[in-house]
Design a protein around this ligand. Structure first.
Ligand code: GDP
Length: 428
């Protein structure tokens, strides 16, 4: 059975923790999109880890971790991560890398930096991991698939051709040092050494695994609102964050994805620029940021403080719908335990019109939050394992959200640890 674990919001919903938890009963965990631009924070028996490229299943010795063809593969980052977890005592994971995955080139990272610098104030708030230039090249058909590393002659010729083109931009648009195809070739030969033991026809591997009834998790990065088609374009990421793309980015039939666990956060946070209707500021935001997640809401890759906001029904309902949610995993609920009252954004007011349907970007920029205030529960709910044992106002909050978004909350996460979870009808 194939399950996808994806985000409904702007990312950082706690997908890593849910994947790590569901990984316990899974055989294979696949990253199918994105790159090293966002991170998952995972806390388990080995310690605390920030993963950027590896799937969150690498901590089990019974799972195979896969980098699918849809990923922006940063080979040195992948190998640094493997080295780091092994040095912290985690058994060497079984890793497979798709022979069709494309490689983040050193110049993708440079172009990302140069473009943000050029845009100045109008920049996207990129993590400068090269993701946008990478996907631009992929679709302009000038990217490099992993399998191309193994044909030196063709590779060299292609590098010369691509450097010619890139150097025009470097010289005339960015006024930066030019690329040297020979140096790049040497770098790619180092990448080849690193990746060679792991390269595999991932789609075929998964096809066989499905025949053997293996449990496969597709682990998404970021969330629905960062999807390039259905998100807050242009303040989005460059590859699809939706479960549907899991089929393409892993190379499996769409009808094989039987379960879509959408991770929804009990309040909102976002990184980067773009409209954020339920955003809060000042002390109110600082307090939530400080208490949020595990040790505060700061980017796992960048350390940047995240933008904070109240739960947004409109965005989350839409986020769940675009994912095709079968189950909602509602996370970081414990964090709200300090509040006397909890504001929730239940609708948007766009030029006097009240709506609960998520609009396109232009209208979103003008939307104002319609707030409803729920009573808080003023207690620490960590350690509780049964839904009935949650305080009444906490259950009311969960049921309010469930009713408003229209998708069943079958998992509730009340702490960062692997086993801090309340099952509410979730079936494997
Ligand atoms: P991801 O990218 O969706 O995996 O999310 P991140 O890892 O960036 O952010 C989630 C943060 O919240 C991490 O620091 C997790 O350890 C933490 N976390 C996840 N679930 C919970 C929860 O239920 N309660 C608390 N307090 N922290 C959580």
């Amino acid at each position: 059975m194939v399950k996808a674990i994806v985000g409904a919001n702007w990312g950082d919903e706690g997908k890593g923790k849910i994947t790590d938890m569901l990984g316990e009963t899974s055989d294979i965990i696949v990253r199918f999109q994105g790159g090293a631009n966002a991170g998952h924070t995972i806390i388990n028996d080995y310690g605390k880890f920030a993963l950027h490229t590896l799937p969150s299943g690498v901590f089990y010795d019974h799972t195979t971790s896969i980098i699918g063809n849809g990923v922006a593969l940063n080979i040195p980052v992948l190998f640094k991560e493997i080295g780091e977890i092994v040095s912290q005592g985690v058994p060497k994971p079984k890793i497979l890398v798709s022979d069709r995955a494309q490689i983040v080139m050193p110049y993708h990272i440079l172009f990302d930096e140069y473009e943000e610098e050029r845009l100045g104030k109008g920049s996207f708030g990129s993590t400068k991991s090269g993701i946008a230039p990478f996907y631009s090249d992929k679709y302009a058909k000038i990217g490099f698939q992993v399998n191309e590393l193994f044909d030196g002659k063709v590779l060299k010729e292609k590098l010369v051709r691509i450097c010619e083109m890139k150097n025009v931009l470097l010289e005339h648009l960015y006024h930066k040092p030019l690329l040297n195809p020979d140096e790049l070739y040497e770098t790619l030969m180092e990448y080849k050494e690193m990746v060679a033991p792991y390269v595999c026809d991932v789609s075929l591997f998964l096809h066989k695994a499905m025949k053997e009834q293996k449990t496969i998790l597709l682990e998404g990065q970021l969330g629905s609102l960062k999807d390039p088609d259905h998100g807050i374009y242009p303040m989005v990421t460059s590859s699809s964050t939706l479960a549907a793309y899991g089929a393409i980015g892993a190379g499996i039939p769409p009808y094989e994805i039987k379960k879509i666990v959408t991770v929804v956060k009990a309040y909102s946070s976002a990184v980067g620029a773009g409209a954020f209707v339920s955003e809060i500021f000042g002390e109110e935001a600082d307090e939530l940021r400080k208490r949020g997640g595990d040790g505060g809401e700061f980017g796992a890759t960048t350390g940047r403080p995240r933008r904070m906001g109240w739960f947004d029904v409109v965005a989350s309902k839409y986020g769940c719908r675009m994912q095709g949610t079968t189950d909602v995993a509602f996370t970081v609920l414990d964090v709200l335990g300090y509040l006397e009252e909890i504001p929730v954004c239940v609708a948007y007011d766009i030029d006097g019109e009240i709506t609960t349907d998520f609009p396109t970007t232009g209208d979103l920029e003008r939307a104002k939050p319609v707030i409803e205030v729920l009573p808080g529960w003023k207690s620490d709910i960590r350690g509780i394992t049964k839904y009935e044992e949650l305080p009444e106002n906490c259950r009311k909050y969960v049921e309010f959200v469930e009713e408003k978004i229209g998708y069943p909350i079958t998992l509730i996460s009340n702490g960062p640890g692997r086993h801090e979870i309340i099952r509410r009808g979730y079936t494997d």
